[in-house]
Design a protein around this ligand. Structure first.
Ligand code: CA
Length: 256
């Protein structure tokens, strides 16, 4: 073998090794159930989050959209807002003193008082409303595309970033949660959660939730995985789905 050939073979090997390194960069997790709780099977879950140690949930569908403070132990609503049947409620989150609530296709978003749940104002919202979370400074929203939108406290766009996995856009980002500097997103219609670097949009890890809700707890109405909530006080993570019978406290386990 000539020196030139040896060099060529070594170059190919080096490239292959680099590619392997790139592909293994995205960590793969599955979930382990720590504890399970009842979940209201009338909840078409759209938003799920903790605030002040309490669990909150927004639910969709025209005619049955709600926002509720939920008793974690029973799944029952402790307080509930019902929405006009012309609104299909989507993601929700508290930032500062405000409760932010998106609607799907109505091109409006609401602000309520986070403490009293009293209505404050309605804003024009130019995109479809899907998921909503916050890093404590800005709102972070999805619209069913591969983009995350960073908004100020009046829903005004500050910047957006495309979410990619190994360089390819990840569409259908739905419910969101900000956990330890990363954005977790349900990928709509799948059992996959992606963990995103909010600065670059790169997916740094995936969470495979296949089988989280077992077949014996599913019926014809049971819909997709949707709903991630992290309690910063207890540092516990919870997952559920649309019309699911359970809400799960979970831990990540690295896939072997
Ligand atoms: Ca959430």
């Amino acid at each position: 073998m000539t020196m030139r050939r040896i060099y060529l073979v070594l170059s190919i090997l080096a490239t292959a090794l680099l590619c392997c390194a790139c592909e293994t960069k995205v960590k793969e997790y599955k979930v382990k159930v720590v504890k399970e709780y009842p979940h209201d099977t009338d909840s078409y879950t759209q938003g799920l989050f903790f605030h002040g140690g309490d669990l909150y949930e927004s639910t969709g569908q025209y005619g049955s959209s709600t926002f509720r403070k939920v008793d974690l132990a029973t799944g029952e609503a402790l307080e509930k807002l019902d929405f006009n049947r012309k609104y299909f409620v989507e993601g929700s989150v508290v930032l500062g003193n405000n409760l932010y609530i998106l609607t799907w296709e109505s091109k409006v978003a609401f602000i309520y008082d986070a403490a009293t749940l009293e209505y404050k104002s309605t804003y024009t919202y130019p995109r479809e409303g899907w998921g909503l979370t916050t890093d404590g400074k800005q709102l972070i929203a999805s619209d069913g595309s591969a983009r995350l939108y960073f908004l100020d406290g009046e829903y005004k766009l500050q910047r957006s970033v495309e979410v990619t996995l190994d360089g390819r856009p990840v569409r259908y980002l739905n419910e969101l949660e900000f956990i330890d500097g990363r954005v977790w997103a349900n990928v709509y219609t799948t059992d996959l959660i992606v963990i995103i670097n909010p600065s670059t949009g790169a997916v740094e890890a995936t969470v495979d939730c296949t089988g989280l809700l077992p077949a014996k707890l599913r019926d014809s109405r049971t819909d997709v995985l949707n709903g991630i909530a992290f309690d910063p006080v207890s540092r516990k993570t919870y997952l559920t789905g649309k019309y699911w019978k359970r809400l799960y406290e979970v831990e990540l386990v690295e896939k072997k």
